[in-house]
Design a protein around this ligand. Structure first.
Ligand SMILES: [Zn+2]
Ligand SMILES: [Zn+2]
Length: 259
């Protein structure tokens, strides 16, 4: 069984938990640590977990809402930390000894019963990676912090049973926002963040009968509303019976069980 939840989703902090369970054993990976250590510990407790329950941390890129406390957290709790070499360089090449593992596009990672497949995305970071997870049967695709669609990312997200998909902004709201023009063009640019419309295009390209759960993630508090993100995803999902949900920027979302 595979399940996932979010401890927070958006520019004020991201952390996603993915768990594979077989019998009495569970394998858990925390994707991103975009909070202080104290805050992350409190948020883990809300998901009924303690720091020692996490088997590995994977950091997608060096932006503060993702890397957050990851280095200090890995040291304090002696948890293996995965990131790309580019992300590691971007944060000053911290010495983590045996805890540090480098992730690369196309090289699978096994953490207990969880299989991770990192893939490259277009985003304004040094070597950003996003992920697909599998327990050998079910597949979860994770995509946030990408500015545009590539054939590569569409390839990675095929045949997923659940998708966590960035719906950062509504294009019209971003265009009319009080953000300075340079920030608006960064967010809406090729290496920025996914709009609701672009997320809907991705969903339409990955749609199949087995896709059961789609979660809109990393919503901007300023330039989006959950109902707009969900409407865009609903129009793309058409008659497919997938369950749509929008992650809250403050608390993310509760466990979603995949079967
Ligand atoms: Zn982000
Ligand atoms: Zn980012």
């Amino acid at each position: 069984m595979l399940r996932f939840c979010s401890l927070g989703s958006g520019s004020s902090g991201n952390a996603t938990l993915v768990e594979a369970r077989s019998g009495t054993t569970a394998s858990r990976v925390l994707v991103d640590c975009g909070f202080t250590q104290r805050e992350l510990k409190a948020r883990l407790a809300r998901a009924d977990l303690a720091p020692d329950d996490i088997d590995a941390v994977f950091v997608t890129h060096e932006h503060g809402d993702h890397i957050g406390c990851a280095v200090g957290w890995a040291r304090r709790h002696q948890i293996p930390l995965w990131m790309s070499r580019g992300t590691w360089r971007a944060v000053g090449e911290p010495d983590l000894g045996d805890l540090l593992h480098f992730a690369r596009d196309g090289e699978g990672i096994a953490v207990g019963d969880l299989l991770l497949a990192p893939y490259t995305v277009p985003h304004d970071a040094q070597e950003p990676l996003q992920l697909c997870f599998s327990d050998g049967g079910l597949r979860l695709g994770v995509l946030t912090d990408a500015g545009s669609i590539t054939d590569h990312l569409l390839d990675q997200l095929q045949r997923c049973d659940a998708l966590l998909l960035e719906c950062n902004h509504d294009r019209a709201m971003l265009a009319g926002s009080r953000y300075p023009p340079s920030l608006r063009s960064r967010i809406g640019g090729r290496y920025g963040h996914l709009s609701n419309d672009t997320a809907a295009q991705i969903l339409a390209s990955c749609l199949h009968g087995g896709l059961r759960h789609v979660v809109a993630a990393h919503l901007s508090r300023e330039n989006n509303r959950p109902e707009l993100a969900l409407a865009a995803l609903a129009s793309a999902s058409g008659a497919n019976a997938c369950e749509l949900l929008a992650a809250g920027p403050q608390w993310g979302f509760d466990w979603i069980e995949m079967r």
